[in-house]
Design a protein around this ligand. Structure first.
Ligand code: NMX
Ligand code: MLT
Length: 436
């Protein structure tokens, strides 16, 4: 880890100085005029946060630092015999801004192995929860149960200097990333299987270990699918609900465990992370109603119209920022076209890909009629026998840990202050609007 620390240390001074320069010499400059609509509609598209790790372009999708997801997948180190970029490599890129070498990714995987043990109190806490507790609730509880071991918090109590914040943020980040696959596997096994978690294997990479511990499929294809999933969902800049919640809570210097617990509760919302669970439920429901009929564009058009008539959203379509098909969806589609074209659920997803955008366009109010990643992820997991859709947001969370932790490290490294936007009552907004 010394290598990663050296890279952050070198950059942190430079970036902090740059932030201070911007504040001192350009702090009063206007970058955007705010409107009443922006204040009411959740500050959509208002450039009002700093996030170093990734940037979301409405048409091109997310870039991890300077790299598109296609390039991340193509250029970053792979597992032996694999074709998918390792998520550990994505974390390295998000944190350091550099593409890691094979050796650096291997070193990171080894570091995570050293830290993977989950304290007994956390496993015991999970075992006190009723089995019908939603897996995301279980994960949030586990994150808080882990918090007592926060090195950031411990150092803060002992008077840690500001320039050391990122050092202990990194320590906590690595601990959380190392432990979360075992915690998630424990949640899966106790909620849906026999409660026994297959052994952690230090010969495997981070994602393959997670796939192994879920215990649903020993197929090498499943390990690749999990690597892809965990690499693709890792980061989506700072404004999405879970990253923003993590950032907000972290800005109060709550440690990474507290901050990510808050973010996890946001990820559990149906318009955000939970959409992939809802999406699979919608697909399975359609599949049931289709019976023996082949899923055609015409039939799927009917189902989509029916969902809209019932006043519901079609899960997995649309996005708050994207105005094009999500590259994460396209990469999952490419994977499915290689590994599971014969899967009936893939054929249904494929029919949706062609049928739903025209239906949403015709309805006329959706800003982005194209699929986001959630419209595909569930099919891949289902294909490999991970069938319990209530668990899917936990998969998302394991992956997103990489991005929010990288963001947390950088927020502390450049000394971002407590976040505290000004809010006004509607009446005041009216008065302000009249003045301009
Ligand atoms: N199906 C039906 N209606 C939709 C959909 C959809 N998939 N997407 C947007 N709309 C509606 C939306 O509810 C709103 O209606 P109203 O004016 O009556 O309130 C209108 O279209 C305009 O919404 P937009 O500005 O296009 O979307 P917004 O930025 O408000 O919301 C989402 C973005 C993602 C919340 C929205 O597209 C949605 O609910 N999609 C389905 C759920 C989903 O897939 N979420 C996953 C997000 C990605 N993730 O990974 O977290
Ligand atoms: C995400 O991955 O966080 C979602 O696509 C939602 C978002 O970016 O707003």
């Amino acid at each position: 880890m010394e290598n990663m620390k050296t890279k952050i240390a070198a950059l942190a001074g430079e970036k902090s100085a740059f932030k201070n320069f911007l504040l001192k010499y350009h702090g009063e400059r206007k970058i955007q005029g705010l409107t009443v609509e922006m204040a009411i509609n959740g500050a959509r598209a208002v450039k009002s946060m700093v996030t170093e790790t990734s940037d979301l372009d409405a048409n091109l999708g997310i870039a991890y630092r300077h790299l598109s997801l296609y390039d991340v997948n193509k250029d970053l180190p792979k597992a032996p015999g694999g074709n998918v970029a390792l998520p550990e490599g994505a974390f390295w890129l998000l944190v350091t801004g550099e593409e890691p070498s094979e050796e650096e990714v291997h070193g990171l995987t080894e570091e995570l192995h050293k830290r993977h043990e989950v304290p007994k109190n956390v496993l015991d806490t999970l075992d006190t929860l009723p089995l019908d507790t939603h897996p995301m609730t279980q994960l949030s509880v586990a994150m808080l149960a882990l918090q007592k071991d926060s090195k950031f918090n411990q150092q803060y109590q002992e008077g840690m200097k500001k320039d050391q914040y990122w050092v202990y943020a990194l320590e906590d980040a690595l601990d959380i990333i190392a432990k979360i696959p075992t915690i998630a596997a424990k949640i899966y096994r106790r909620t849906f299987q026999d409660g026994v978690v297959p052994a952690y294997d230090t010969n495997l990479d981070w994602a393959a270990n997670f796939a192994q511990m879920l215990g649903v499929n020993q197929d090498a294809g499943f390990k690749e699918a999990v690597r892809l999933y965990l690499m693709l969902h890792a980061d989506h800049e700072g404004g999405n609900v879970s990253a923003h919640a993590t950032h907000l809570v972290g800005s109060a210097l709550s440690d990474p465990y507290y901050a990510w617990a808050a973010g996890l509760c946001g990820l559990a919302g149906p318009l955000h992370g939970l959409a992939n669970q809802e999406c699979l439920s919608w697909l399975l429901d359609v599949q049931k109603q289709l019976g023996d009929q082949r899923p055609t564009k015409e039939l799927l058009t009917e189902f989509a119209e029916k969902t809209l008539k019932e006043g519901k959203v079609i899960p997995g379509f649309g996005h708050a920022v994207l105005r094009n098909t999500d590259p994460r969806y396209m990469l999952e589609r490419e994977f499915a076209l290689t590994h599971c074209t014969h899967d009936p659920l893939f054929q249904l997803v494929d029919a949706c890909y062609h049928a739903i955008p025209p239906v949403l366009l015709k309805q006329g109010k959706v800003k982005n009629p194209y699929p986001n990643v959630d419209a595909h992820s569930g099919q891949l997991m289902y294909f490999y026998n991970l069938k319990e859709q209530n668990f899917y947001t936990v998969m998302f969370a394991v992956s997103r840990t990489l991005g929010v932790m990288a963001q947390y490290i950088w927020s502390r490294a450049i000394g971002l202050p407590i976040e505290r936007p000004k809010s006004v009552p509607l009446e005041e907004l009216m008065n302000l609007a009249k003045k301009h």
